[in-house]
Write a protein of this length. Structure first.
Length: 62
């Protein structure tokens, strides 16, 4: 649901901030939205936000 995916997004942003990394906000929001939409429509999440190296996440960004 929205709350779970939002918590994952915040966790990733905190980790990147702690490591001095400038986050790619647009990319992270896109992956978060993709996870939420697939969870809602298909009933199963893609976990693209947690694992952006997945083929599906890569294909969506191209």
């Amino acid at each position: 649901n929205f709350n779970e995916h939002s918590k994952i997004l915040v966790k990733i942003l905190k980790i990147q901030e702690a490591n001095g990394i400038d986050p790619e906000i647009r990319s992270l929001f896109s992956l978060c939205a993709l996870d939420m939409v697939t969870q809602y429509l298909v009933g199963k999440g893609t976990n693209c936000l947690s694992n952006s190296n997945q083929d599906y996440a890569t294909a969506v960004h191209k």
